[in-house]
Design a protein around this ligand. Structure first.
Ligand SMILES: *[C@@H]1O[C@H](CO)[C@@H](O)[C@H](O)[C@H]1NC(C)=O
Ligand SMILES: *[C@@H]1O[C@H](CO)[C@@H](O)[C@H](O)[C@H]1NC(C)=O
Length: 372
C-alpha cells in the first residue's frame, strides 16, 4: 500500500467513525429527554400522593374504595365496619375527589389514634392511565370508571378487595380475602351473581349486551388480583368495549365487567350471594340460601336502600354502624342495639330472616357458647 492510499483509507475510517459518533450522540439526547419527561410525569404523581406514602407488602389485606360526591360518610362507615370485625391489620386505599380527601385523612388519622395504629391507609386523587386518557375522560363518568383502571394506577399492589361505598362488612374481611387462595391458575377476580332467579333477573330479561353466565354478575364486592389483571392487559379491553357497547350500557362499570367476563369466563371466580347480599335477596322472599345457612358476609344497600324506608332492615344496620364510635364496645354499643332494631322489624320481609344478619357478628363476638 502506498502512503497516498493509506491516507485515503484513514480518512474514510475517520468519516465513518464521526458519523457513528454523531448518530450515537443524537440518539442519547433523545433518550435523556424521553427519560426526563417520564421522570417529570412521575414526580407529579409522587408529589400528589406523598401525603400517604404507605407501602404495602405482598400478603397485606387491602380494601379499596372510590368516593365522589356525597359518599364520604357512607365510605367511612364501610371502613369502620371492616375495622370493627377483624383480627388482622388492615390496609385501605381510598381514591377520592379533591373536595373529600382532607376529610378522609382527618377521620382515618383520628381512628388510627383510637385503635393504636391498627391499620394503614393511602388517600389518593382520582387518576387514570395516560394512554387513551383523553378518550376515557370524554367517555366515562370519572368516579364510576376509576375502579376499571386500578391495575394500572396501583402498579405496586398485587391484590385488593374493591368495595362499593354502599356496602358493609358483617363478617371479618379475612374470611373474604381467603378466597384468593381458592382461585385456580387462570382466575383473576371474584364476584357474586347479579341474581339467583331467572324470573326476576335483570340481565337475562333486559340487557342488550353480552354478560357473564346465565344471570350476570354484580360488581359491588370484587376481589381483584391486579397482578393477573395486568398480565391479562385488562385496561386494553376497557375503552374498546365501552366504545362498542356504550349505547347499550345501563349500569356503567358493572356492565363493562360483565362484558369482559362474558368473553373470558374462565378468569372469574364466583362466590355466593352471601358475599354481596342485596335487598333483592329478601324483599319479596328469601332467595339466598347460602346466607340462610352461613349468614350474610357483606350487606349491599344498592339503589339507596341504606338511606330509604323501603326495607327498614338495611337502613337499621347502616345506622347502627354509623352511630358506633371506633374504639367503643362492640357488644354493648353495636351488637345489642342492632339486635333490638332487628327484633322490632320482625314483621318486615327482610326482618323475618333477621338471624342471617346477626350470625357472623355473633360468631365474631363468640356469643354462641352452646353450638360451636
Ligand atoms: C395474584 O397472582 C399472582 C400471579 O399469579 C400471584 O403471584 C399472587 O400470589 C396472587 N395474589 C394473591 C393474593 O393470591
Ligand atoms: C379455572 O376455573 C374456571 C371456572 O371453573 C374454568 O373455566 C377454568 O378453565 C379453570 N382454569 C384452570 C387453569 O383450571
Amino acid at each position: 500500500m502506498n502512503s497516498k492510499m493509506r491516507l485515503y483509507l484513514y480518512l474514510n475510517i475517520a468519516v465513518v467513525v464521526s458519523i457513528l459518533l454523531i448518530i450515537f450522540y443524537l440518539y442519547s439526547i433523545r433518550q435523556i429527554s424521553h427519560r426526563e419527561s417520564v421522570y417529570s410525569e412521575l414526580s407529579i404523581s409522587v408529589q400528589e400522593s406523598t401525603t400517604e406514602t404507605v407501602s404495602f407488602k405482598k400478603n397485606d389485606i387491602i380494601i379499596a374504595v372510590v368516593a365522589c360526591g356525597d359518599r364520604l360518610r357512607e365510605s367511612l362507615t364501610l371502613i369502620k365496619s371492616a375495622l370493627m370485625l377483624t383480627k388482622e391489620k388492615l390496609n385501605f386505599i381510598v381514591i377520592a375527589e379533591d373536595e373529600l380527601r382532607e376529610s378522609f385523612k382527618e377521620k382515618l388519622n383520628e381512628w388510627k389514634a383510637f385503635t393504636n395504629n391498627a391499620f394503614s391507609f393511602r388517600v389518593l386523587p382520582l387518576n387514570f392511565p395516560t394512554k387513551d386518557g383523553d378518550e376515557w375522560r370524554v367517555l366515562f363518568k370519572p368516579c364510576a370508571a376509576q375502579r376499571l383502571f386500578l391495575p394500572d394506577i396501583l402498579p405496586d399492589v398485587d391484590s385488593l378487595l374493591y368495595m362499593d361505598t354502599d356496602t358493609l362488612f358483617l363478617t371479618p374481611v379475612e374470611s373474604i380475602w381467603a378466597y384468593f387462595r381458592k382461585f385456580n391458575k387462570s382466575q383473576m377476580a371474584a364476584l357474586a351473581p347479579e341474581h339467583e332467579d331467572p324470573n326476576v333477573g335483570w340481565y337475562n330479561r333486559f340487557a342488550k349486551h353480552p354478560y357473564y353466565g346465565k344471570l350476570g354478575v354484580n360488581s359491588g364486592v370484587m376481589l381483584m388480583n391486579l397482578t393477573r389483571m395486568r398480565q391479562f392487559q385488562w385496561t386494553e379491553y376497557v375503552v374498546p368495549i365501552y366504545k362498542k357497547f356504550k349505547l347499550h350500557i345501563t349500569w356503567g362499570d358493572q356492565d363493562i365487567i360483565n362484558i369482559i367476563f362474558h368473553y373470558h369466563p374462565g378468569k372469574l371466580y364466583i362466590y355466593s350471594c352471601r358475599y354481596n347480599y342485596r335487598p333483592d335477596h329478601c324483599m319479596y322472599s328469601s332467595i339466598c340460601r347460602p346466607a340462610e345457612k352461613d349468614g350474610v358476609a357483606v350487606i349491599h344497600g344498592s339503589r339507596g336502600f341504606f338511606h330509604s324506608e323501603k326495607e327498614a332492615v338495611f337502613k337499621a344496620i347502616y345506622n347502627v354502624f354509623e352511630s358506633f364510635s371506633v374504639g367503643g364496645d362492640i357488644y354493648k354499643d353495636f351488637y345489642q342495639p342492632l339486635e333490638a332494631y332487628l327484633d322490632a322489624l320482625e314483621t318486615t320481609n327482610c326482618g323475618k330472616i333477621k338471624d342471617v344478619f346477626l350470625k357472623n357478628v355473633r360468631r365474631f363476638l363468640d356469643l354462641d357458647f352452646d353450638n360451636t
